[in-house]
Design a binder for this molecule. Structure first.
Ligand code: Z5A
Length: 211
């Protein structure tokens, strides 16, 4: 059995990750490629329960180190119970956010070192990395308008952080992509969804060959 491919979508809020993940799954299925679409934090019952703890706006919230541990714990369950078994069945896994979100949000923007975030990932998820990480980048104005339209002005605990925090996240994603050009592809997400998807399909074909 050939192991499936692991594709992650990354980027700030409102970049269009979920939209593009759904379009990619439909395209792969239409080509006879079995795939699983999933998300972080979440994807398994345990990880979805941790998601509610992380993103709910009740209570006093989490210290940055506790937050990083909770994301790593959710990811560990997700990797163990859903991602690795699907890859071993030969299915492609399309994941809406993965460890690079922890590196950008809890690391660069939240104050933890990249080494510490990667150490948690090593313990929790055996340092699993995607075969390809698609970083969707949009202008801050587009991100804000899309997220606002979706949230109707009630963002989750992390989405509601200030513009400076989200600017640090965007800069961190950009730096991660520059540092690992073989794993990352940068996608301009400012255009319409179909145009963005065309770029993603072209990127997959040049990365993996004909699908
Ligand atoms: N987080 C973290 O801190 N550390 C971690 O390790 C992980 C996550 C894994 C997860 O929230 C939060 O957790 C997130 C990071 C943090 N907080 N923030 N910021 P989430 O997954 O629920 O939220 P999100 O990742 O930010 O997703 P999002 O805002 O839903 O963005 P998206 O998936 O990139 O966008 P979308 O849902 O596809 O589209 C948003 C809207 O724009 C929607 O109405 C679409 O119809 C529309 N859209 C999408 N594409 C287009 C185009 N191309 N043109 C026009 N309109 C479009």
């Amino acid at each position: 059995m050939t192991r499936g491919k692991f594709i992650a979508f990354e980027g700030g809020e409102g970049a269009g990750k979920s939209t593009q993940a759904r379009l990619l799954a439909a395209e792969l299925e239409s080509r006879g490629i079995a795939c699983v679409v999933t998300r972080e934090p979440g994807g398994t019952p345990g990880a979805e329960a941790i998601r509610a703890l992380l993103l709910g706006t009740e209570g006093e919230g989490w210290h940055p180190r506790a937050e990083a541990l909770l994301f790593a714990a959710a990811r560990s369950d997700h990797v163990e119970r859903l991602i690795v078994p699907a890859l071993e069945r030969g299915e492609w896994v399309i994941c809406d956010r993965f460890v690079d979100s922890s590196r950008a949000y809890q690391g660069a923007a939240g104050g933890l070192s990249d080494e510490d975030v990667l150490a948690l990932h090593s313990v929790g998820s055996q340092a699993l990395l995607p075969d390809l990480t698609l970083l969707i980048e949009v202008s801050p104005e587009v991100a804000k308008a899309r997220a606002h339209a979706r949230d109707l002005g009630s963002p989750d605990r992390i989405g509601g952080r200030d513009a400076a925090y989200h600017a640090r996240v965007a800069a961190a994603f950009s730096a991660l992509a520059d540092a690992e050009p073989a794993r990352f592809a940068r996608i301009d997400g400012n255009g319409d969804a179909e145009g963005v998807f065309g770029d993603i399909l072209g990127t997959l074909q040049s990365h993996f060959g004909a699908l």
